[in-house]
Design a protein around this ligand. Structure first.
Ligand code: E4P
Length: 216
């Protein structure tokens, strides 16, 4: 299972990278705005900065919602750096654009996916990644992890190449649950990743080992 970090914060990306477990980054327009990155030029420079920190894929989201605009913007984003994956929303024009990008060898991440039907369309169109948002489903009393399980089953049954990228992860247990149902990738904020480190018996055990070692 690959680990992506879901942020545009360069310090957090560096911290996850330093841990040695980071495979990529996802961003979205809200995460960019949260870091105060505004304006086309600054946003594009920020994507390049992110690519220069990490070794893996970096999702950069298009703003356009019409076919021609998505194609134009997606090609510009993909041209910024070889690590860029073009993030395209699950709308009719987006599906058409993903198909075209796939034909041209441009990698895509189909975002804002909330149902198995949408995930089937993304795979049929040739998306590299599909991003089901599990936290936002949980927020409306629907089981987000169950959606990941359904999509993984469907993709395995038909041997689709599209990778299931579990997004909108809110806590550490989401990561474990996504691993249990076979998600290819999880993208999460830094804190849920760091949460995986924690166990009180580890702390107690280490304290005892060190105390025993230091006994005279
Ligand atoms: C996915 O790529 C999105 O950037 C992200 O996971 C959305 O998460 P949120 O629901 O916490 O905003």
């Amino acid at each position: 299972m690959k680990f992506f970090i879901d942020t545009a914060n360069l310090d957090q990306i560096r911290e996850a990278m330093d841990l040695g477990i980071l495979d990529g980054v996802t961003t979205n327009p809200s995460l960019m705005a949260k870091e105060g990155i505004r304006g086309e030029e600054n946003i594009r420079k920020h994507y390049i900065d992110i690519c220069n920190i990490v070794d893996g894929d970096v999702s950069a989201e298009v703003i356009a919602t019409d076919y021609d605009g998505i194609i134009r913007e997606g090609k510009e984003l993909a041209g910024l750096h070889p690590q860029i994956v073009v993030k395209v929303p699950m709308i009719k024009e987006g599906v058409k654009a993903i198909r075209q990008f796939s034909k041209e060898g441009i990698r895509t991440n189909c975002t804002l996916v909330f149902s198995p039907g949408q995930a089937i369309l993304a795979a049929k169109a040739g998306a590299t990644y599909v991003s089901p948002f599990i936290g936002r489903l949980d927020d409306i009393s629907t089981d987000g992890v169950e959606l990941i399980a359904q999509i993984v089953d469907i993709y395995r049954y038909y041997e689709f190449d599209t990778q299931v990228l579990a997004a909108s992860i809110r806590h550490t247990m989401h990561i474990i649950q996504c691993a249990e149902v076979g998600a290819d990738v999880v993208t999460c904020p830094l804190n849920p990743i760091l949460g995986l480190l924690k166990h009180p018996l580890t702390d107690i055990g280490l304290e005892k080992f060190l105390a025993d070692h230091n006994k005279k």
